[in-house]
Ligand binder design. Structure first.
Ligand SMILES: NC(=O)c1ccc[n+]([C@@H]2O[C@H](COP(=O)([O-])OP(=O)(O)OC[C@H]3O[C@@H](n4cnc5c(N)ncnc54)[C@H](OP(=O)(O)O)[C@@H]3O)[C@@H](O)[C@H]2O)c1
Length: 435
């Protein structure tokens, strides 16, 4: 699908953290990138809101547009690089206009691909253009390429990932310092690891956008954000880290996708010796399980100008070299309808459960009677008594349990006078089972 061999003309919409770094790389490393791409990659036009802002590169010889949509109207532009963000609005208008006019489209916009990926991939195919979004998933980790190309000969059985560096930083810091969520979030905001409005990150939405994309490529269905179950990290308390540790686990926000099952973004417990449990701080990781390959772990920086521009540049080089390929690895007509994955909670799983109970005789018997009634068996138990009458934590791990049964049991327990706070439950993700 390579166009003119004399060089590709690029327009960049959005010159923030990622867009300006992409521009600086294209300018400062022009010769190296031309060698890698087999032809030169030349920025001819850019768009952002504030023309006077210093972008740390020269705009000499580059046309400026206040209206990003006009980039798609330029006949000489081969590739539009969209680095604005947002699932709707100007980014989506630009994607539609660019692909409709046969321009290749490179984006880091996971929200837009998770919501509109099918429509945009259809437009790309119809107009013989490439839709590329390596930078949309796990920043500098080539997760899309790994699935679409490196593991193309495998049957993928599971994809599991730590897909949001902000959440991983918060959880890692809560564990190592014993501090509470609000305090660590405020620190993360001060350090620039979390946005002033953090809900996209801490409520699991950003990571679920990425999981939507990975699931679609891994299992050959249309991306559908509404078919992902999402839970964030706000409910985790600092005490849970210590209990999880005593039981041999670490708490992480992990996205899990398996064939035919609803992808799940969930705060869960991982065995301390599992590969994902060792990925701490702002790092991202994606673990692919396939046949015949087995388990493949990729780890790296999931955000920031450097990591994200690396992924954008690899998309540009692939387009230039004629390796753009199909957005989701196969023609849209061959992607299954996403209703194929909207089928419930998945197989039974073990759970970690924490109850805050009054320390008095008979508590354990009352709780275990409820568990028994719902056919839930306890695998491990931690109870730290203080003085009779105090509120203490009663922590249990269960054997494989249907989610619906656990929910009924927890609802019943919450109503008990001896239970003093909403019970906390998190699935335990064992290496060779599901989460
Ligand atoms: N930051 C990361 O680490 C990271 C990682 C992976 C993916 N991404 C994705 O990359 C994309 C860009 O993120 P970012 O962090 O670089 O965002 P950012 O720093 O906020 O930059 C956004 C850019 O878009 C421009 N913009 C906003 N509205 C516009 C409009 N209507 N027309 C033209 N330009 C407009 C802004 O212009 P002004 O500069 O003039 O205000 C700014 O240059 C998003 O989709 C994000 O999800 C980011």
């Amino acid at each position: 699908m390579t166009k003119a061999k004399s060089g590709l003309k690029i327009a960049i919409a959005g010159l923030g953290v990622v867009g300006s770094e992409v521009a600086r790389q294209l300018i400062n490393r022009h010769g190296d990138l031309a060698t890698a791409a087999g032809q030169s990659l030349d920025i001819v036009a850019v768009s952002a809101r504030d023309r006077s802002a210093d972008r740390a590169f020269s705009l000499d010889g580059i046309d400026w547009y206040d209206d990003a949509a006009q980039l798609a109207a330029r006949d000489d532009v081969d590739i539009i690089v969209e680095m604005i963000g947002g699932s709707e609005g100007v980014a989506l208008d630009l994607a539609r206009a660019s692909l409709s006019s046969g321009k290749h489209f490179v984006t880091a916009n996971k929200a837009m691909i998770a919501h509109h990926g099918t429509e945009l991939a259809t437009l790309a195919e119809a107009n013989n253009a490439n839709l590329m979004f390596e930078a949309a998933v796990a920043g500098g980790i080539p997760a899309v390429k790994t699935l679409r190309e490196g593991l193309a000969g495998n049957q993928i059985n599971r994809v599991a990932g730590i897909l949001n560096g902000t959440c991983n930083y918060i959880l890692s810091t809560m564990e190592t310092t014993g501090r509470d969520f609000d305090e660590v979030l405020a620190d993360a905001q001060r350090l620039g690891y979390a946005e002033a409005e953090p809900s996209f990150d801490v409520d699991g939405i950003d990571a679920a956008h990425k999981l939507t994309i990975l699931a679609a490529i891994a299992f050959g269905h249309q991306p559908d954000f509404n078919a992902v179950s999402i839970q964030g990290i706000r409910d985790v308390s600092s005490v849970d880290f210590a209990y999880a540790n005593q039981l041999g686990f670490r708490i992480k926000l992990v996205g899990v996708a398996e064939p035919g099952l609803m992808p799940r973004m969930q705060t869960c417990l991982l065995p301390l010796n599992s590969q994902l449990a060792k990925v701490n701080g702002v790092l991202n990781a994606v673990e692919f399980h396939g046949t015949p390959v087995g388990s493949v772990l990729t780890v790296g920086p999931g955000a920031g100008g450097g990591a994200t521009s690396s992924a954008v540049l690899s998309d540009l080089i692939d387009i230039a070299a004629g390796r753009g390929g199909l957005a989701f690895g196969k023609p849209v007509s061959q992607l299954a309808d996403s209703s194929a994955v909207k089928n419930g909670a998945g197989p039974d799983k073990p759970f970690y459960v924490r109850l805050m109970v009054v320390d008095q005789p008979g508590v354990l018997a009352t709780v275990t009677a409820i568990l028994q009634k719902h056919d839930i068996s306890i695998e491990g138990l931690l109870q730290q008594g203080r003085a009779p009458g105090d509120v203490v934590a009663l922590v249990m791990t269960t054997h494989e349990t249907p989610v619906a049964s656990l929910k009924k049991a927890l609802d019943e327990m919450e109503d008990l006078p001896i239970v003093k706070a909403k019970p906390v439950a998190m699935p335990i993700l064992l290496a060779d089972s599901e989460g």
